[in-house]
Write a protein that binds this ligand. Structure first.
Ligand code: FPP
Ligand code: MG
Length: 479
């Protein structure tokens, strides 16, 4: 589908053009087969058989309540979203690699159910591949492409500006702390930009109806689920009627909500990580206090929840609430992981999925739902898959920059991960080459000299950093 290709491409460019400005992902990795899917399974009550199978395969099992308890505590329309970890297919088996099952949405990816809906407009990015570009194996300069941030900047502006008002309260300190990152240090607005681009992309496909093969699959009845009702002439959003429509407004509001959730998580994260700086200025807890920072984060979450409810799409509310749950799960994994798991690439990627990719990929699927696509539709699944890979690429690149970029460039402390006892992709790859790093990783670099020795090993390795960059690049390209 041309819109998916375009969006994937735009994402790659975003990553090349922003995250990689300082220390680019410069190593191309041959892409393995794309016959995978981010198969998030949905059912009113989880199928026990599937659940048990997953539990045996992946640990820890993300489901913490029995089907009986679920049935008692939820209505028929409650959705259960189960993240699978299909991305691990590109890793070797020892690293957690796995061949994923294909979800019914993706099975239809290339089927005729999807009809491009671009009218007479050309898709300017049609046929472009990341591998054509410098840094990805090709020779074309990335600057020759339209800047994705510029593409939606004007549309986003009123929404970006109004966040400040949306988070105002009559408590002056809380108000100032909550507004800090929307007024003074607003960042790149990466997530709202992705959502706005995604909102445009999904207008190019007519919402599909369920095929007979999907009807027979375990994900039954998805065709009516989740999609927002569209009130425009003809009942379908198109690239022509999208901007200014109610659908467009709600998708842009989702961008605001996601930015609020993201900022709340950063305010809390800086308390947990005891980081003094963020976005080139003082962290909120340094400006005020830990207590104010915790409450400011809570307050932003509360405001985001109200705005989420106002989107009047219960499926989107459930999906985004699951994203919040995932964020917390990721932080807890980081804080309390068993020593042996600190050596595992799978655990690292799973944690990265929870703490970073989940918010992006759930937001992308929600954007499709708000655009009239059903939960299990090909388009919605593709959107989530895109966000999943983009989010992982983003986090892996962020982890690389922790070693390679200066604090002044990052706007936050550098070499911070090892101080927190964390081992990310570069160190994990270095430990494969230098096994003496493994005990240091397991004790979270607590002994005197551990950090120094680990850094020396990393910088003396010819391949560890390149492998980490290749992993980030892999996800950037797949997205
Ligand atoms: C930054 O990671 C932190 C996150 C991506 C998520 C933080 C999540 C929580 C604190 C859970 C609570 C969530 C909410 C919504 C309040 P990092 O420390 O690796 O990156 P950094 O270098 O930018 O600090
Ligand atoms: Mg942090």
């Amino acid at each position: 589908m041309s819109s998916q290709r375009s969006i994937g491409f735009v994402a790659g460019i975003l990553l090349l053009g922003t995250v990689s400005v300082d220390a680019l992902v410069h190593n191309s990795m041959p892409l393995k087969s794309r016959n995978h899917a981010l198969s998030v399974t949905m059912s009113a009550v989880q199928d026990e058989t599937t659940n048990n199978k997953k539990a045996a395969k992946f640990r820890p099992n993300p489901i913490v309540v029995s089907a009986k308890a679920e049935a008692l505590s939820h209505s028929d329309t409650t959705m259960k979203l189960i993240p699978s970890y299909d991305l691990f297919q590109m890793l070797s088996e020892e690293e957690g690699g796995d061949i994923p099952t294909t979800s019914s949405g993706n099975a239809m990816r290339d089927a005729t159910d999807l009809k491009a809906n671009t009218g007479n407009k050309d898709d300017k990015l049609e046929g472009l591949q990341l591998s054509m570009f410098k840094g990805c194996g090709g020779s074309v300069n990335v600057n020759t492409l339209p800047d994705p941030f510029k593409m939606v900047e004007q549309e986003l502006k009123p929404f970006s500006d109004s966040i400040k008002e949306l988070v105002s309260t009559d408590q002056p300190i809380l108000s100032m702390a909550a507004k800090h990152f929307f007024e003074k240090r607003h960042g790149k607005r990466f997530r709202p930009t992705i959502i706005q681009l995604m909102a445009k992309a999904v207008t190019a496909a007519v919402p599909e109806t369920m095929s007979s093969s999907a009807a027979e699959s375990s994900i039954s009845g998805w065709q009516g689920l989740g999609a927002s009702e569209i009130e425009v002439e003809g009942g379908v959003i198109t690239p022509e009627n999208h901007q200014g429509s109610e659908v467009w407004r709600r998708q842009a509001q989702l961008g605001q909500i996601v930015e609020m959730i993201h900022v709340a998580s950063l305010i809390h994260d800086d308390v947990l990580d005891e980081a003094d700086t963020r976005r080139g200025g003082e962290a909120v807890h340094k400006l005020y206090s830990n207590k104010v920072a915790v409450l400011a984060g809570d307050y932003l979450l509360a405001r985001a929840s109200v705005l989420l409810a106002r989107l009047e799409n219960t499926a989107v509310v459930q999906i985004m609430a699951t994203a919040l749950e995932s964020l917390v799960a990721g932080e807890i994994m980081q804080l309390k992981a068993p020593a042996e798991s600190l050596l595992e690439m799978e655990s690292y990627l799973r944690k990265s999925y929870y703490k970073t990719a989940s918010l992006i990929c759930y937001a992308c699927r929600s954007t499709a739902l708000l655009g009239g696509h059903a939960y299990g539709s090909t388009v919605a699944t593709a959107c989530e898959e895109f966000g999943y890979h983009l989010g992982l690429a983003y986090q892996i690149q962020d982890d690389i920059l922790d070693f390679t970029a200066a604090a002044s460039v990052l706007g936050k402390p550098a070499l911070a991960d090892m101080d927190l006892g964390l081992s990310t992709a570069p160190i994990l790859y270095a430990a494969e080459e230098f096994p003496h790093l493994k005990p240091m990783i397991m004790r979270r670099f607590k002994n005197k000299g551990d950090k120094q020795k680990a850094l020396e090993a990393l910088y003396s390795s010819d391949i560890a950093m390149d492998k980490a960059k290749a992993l980030a690049n892999f996800h950037a390209q797949v997205s």
